[in-house]
Ligand binder design. Structure first.
Ligand SMILES: [Zn+2]
Length: 324
């Protein structure tokens, strides 16, 4: 990113800057406010990145514990899965500790999966991207992303990112998606759509709620139908019911357009990866491949770039009429 891209961010951070805070204490300072250097926006984005890494670290705990039915907050401290030794705080710093320990437990020397690092980095990057979506209201989009105008969408998108990450990695490990993510996601999606109708580009709470209900029904219904057809053709469950519920949750958060997009992109990605794995001899035609991660990935793409993609799609289906 070039420094020029960050210029629309500056006015936003101005209100939280030290010159501004000083000016609230010393009124005369107000007149000496100078334009802020882009360094402030970088600091804020970095702070969000660190926050995201911490959430990613917590999600690693959830991915390990929820499907094993271990309480998320008891034991309070993380432990090494191999020697069960409680991990000291200085060995549990997101992103950094695993690098400093070179991927090994300090006590037993057992390998720490690289995936813990990947999840922390992924969530940190996605949190920062959502934050940057908010930084260009009315201005040029950063990285081509859909800009967010309502600040309430930031924590809601963060929550969605967290839920999708949790569902994805549990699905990789156990071929299930926890009901906490799917049914919990539907319930939260409906509540948050009423609380922040801007999530569905609506103005009033009941419009937001209705659009969330529509999105959840389209998501659940469409994939339920695919599952039924798949069962008739393959004479076995071609699709897990967790995927059906997950798309319901995605619809509740993001609406029916997102559902259509997610079905298209996830089936495309899923078949490309599936065919590649079968061709490489890693999987058989009948082996079960988790579908949740593709749904989640497509949903994140929609959150970040959806409006632009939708516009391109409309221009493709309804090309602008040439002037006579
Ligand atoms: Zn250990």
């Amino acid at each position: 990113m070039t420094p020029g891209n960050l210029s629309p961010i500056i006015p936003l951070f101005h209100d939280f800057s030290i010159p501004f805070l000083l000016s609230t204490i010393i009124p005369s300072f107000h007149h000496s406010i100078v334009p802020l250097p882009p360094v402030w926006s970088l600091i804020w984005t970095l702070a969000v990145f660190v926050f995201g890494a911490c959430i990613g670290s917590f999600l690693n705990v959830c991915v390990y514990r929820i499907p094993r039915e271990i309480s998320v907050n008891r034991p309070r401290r993380s432990f090494c899965p191999r020697c069960q030794h409680v991990i000291a705080w200085y060995d549990n710093i997101p992103l950094l500790s695993i690098l400093l320990l070179r991927g090994r437990c300090r006590r037993c020397g057992g390998r720490i999966s690289l995936r813990y690092f990947v999840v922390e980095a992924l969530v940190a990057a996605l949190f920062a991207l959502v934050w940057l979506q908010y930084c260009s209201p009315g201005g040029p989009p950063i990285l081509g992303m859909t800009s967010i105008e309502d600040w309430r969408l930031i924590p809601i998108y963060w929550l969605a990112v967290a839920g999708l990450t949790l569902g994805t990695f549990v699905d990789f490990d156990f071929l299930i998606i926890p009901d906490r993510v799917t049914l919990g996601g539907i319930a939260l999606g409906l509540i948050l759509s009423a609380a922040a109708p801007a999530l569905h580009r609506a103005g009033i709470w009941y419009q937001g709620l209705l659009r969330a209900l529509l999105g959840a029904s389209v998501g659940w219904g469409a994939l339920w139908l695919v599952a039924q057809v798949g069962r008739l053709i393959f004479r076995r469950d071609a699709m897990g019911f967790g995927d059906v519920k997950l798309l319901g949750a995605i619809g509740a958060f993001l609406g029916w357009r997102a559902v259509l997009f997610v079905i298209m992109l996830s089936s495309l990605l899923g078949s490309v990866v599936g065919i590649t794995l079968i061709a490489a001899g890693q999987k058989q035609l009948r082996s079960r491949i988790p579908y949740g991660p593709y749904l989640a990935l497509a949903a994140v793409v929609w959150m970040l770039w959806g409006q632009g993609i939708w516009r391109l799609y409309l221009e493709f289906v309804f090309p602008p009429m040439p002037l006579p």
